[in-house]
Design a protein around this ligand. Structure first.
Ligand SMILES: [Cu+2]
Length: 311
């Protein structure tokens, strides 16, 4: 196994990436992690070996800074989101290799084609289908694995389990959101409350007040909310592909619930989501796909050894 301290600044051999920063921890072995902590706020840790993170080997990491923080709060809760499957993650991965579309039961239909052809002309509608076909992708594919397979969790609880954070009316709560998912992006909101984002990935930001935020895999956000006027508020996190959600509750006492909103309508990807400048630039010959080019250019190269590693 291994422990990777996600977002923590430390020497490379403490970073916990087997085969890159150390050799991993084998059966019967011990490895002492020892490093100076140079940061405050919250991060998370997870195994960096095989599929252990997907199998639940992760957790939040909260470091109280010595210097006072530039915002006030009365209570402090970690809200850790994740995607759980009872399948062995290695089997899930193997299934994904064989049938990548297994979870994607949502496809465009002949009716969608008629509508697009009416709106954009049939040549454009055909060209659009050809382009997606050539990429062997579909505009409805937002996540390879979604709620058809996953159960989304909040602090390890399903929506039925209803993780609850208590408050007294008028208090300021600090919620430390962490996305510890294998692959799920969540859109998070608390109907009836504004969220003021005060830090992102452990870095203070100029406070931004939002109704909803999107949290990608491994991201963290600190938000301040001030619940008042009702006894319970739903913390609602739906996946980006709108296949499912997990919810919890902020409440003045245990056992309360607020209404849970419906999942939003499902979005359709466009060519600009795929890294194209939009349909106008979409050359049917598809010479270049900047957003999808994993082979060259923008990707950061890793040094072959730790000797003289500048990173
Ligand atoms: Cu990580």
């Amino acid at each position: 196994t291994s422990v990777h301290w996600h977002g923590i600044l430390l020497p490379a051999n403490m970073d916990g990436v087997p085969g890159l920063s150390f050799n991993g921890i084998h059966r019967g072995e011990a490895y002492q992690y020892r490093f100076l902590v140079r940061q405050g706020r919250h991060y998370w840790y997870h195994s960096h070996s095989a599929f252990q993170e997907q199998a639940g080997l992760y957790g939040p990491l909260v470091i109280d800074p010595i210097e006072p923080e530039p915002f006030a709060f009365d209570r402090d809760y970690v809200v850790m989101l994740s995607d759980w499957t009872d399948l062995n993650p290695a089997e899930l991965f193997a299934r994904l290799k064989k049938t990548p579309g297994h979870d994607n039961t949502y496809k465009r239909t002949v009716g969608d084609f008629r509508r697009d052809a009416q709106r954009d002309g049939s040549a454009a509608a055909i060209a659009d289908r050809k382009l997606w076909g050539r990429m062997r992708m579909t505009p409805t594919d937002l996540s390879d694995v979604n709620a058809n397979t996953y159960t989304y969790l909040m602090n390890g609880s399903t929506s039925l389990g209803n993780w609850t954070g208590l408050f007294r009316s008028g208090e300021k709560l600090r919620l430390r959101f962490i996305n510890g998912s294998g692959m799920t992006y969540f859109d998070v909101r608390i109907p009836g409350l504004k969220m003021t984002v005060v830090a992102a990935d452990g870095q203070y930001v100029h406070p931004v007040t939002v109704d909803e935020l999107r949290i990608a895999v491994a991201e963290t956000f600190d938000v301040i909310v001030e619940p008042s006027g009702q006894d319970a508020f739903t913390v609602f996190a739906q996946d980006m592909g709108r296949t499912g959600f997990v919810s919890g509750t902020l409440a003045t006492r245990g056992g309360l619930r607020a209404p849970i909103p419906d999942i939003d309508p499902r979005p359709i990807l466009t060519m600009s989501d795929m890294g194209h400048g939009g349909m106008a630039d979409a050359d049917p010959a598809m010479p270049d796909m900047p957003g999808m080019d994993h082979g060259a250019g923008g990707m950061q190269a890793h040094p072959a050894t730790e000797t003289g590693n500048p990173l």
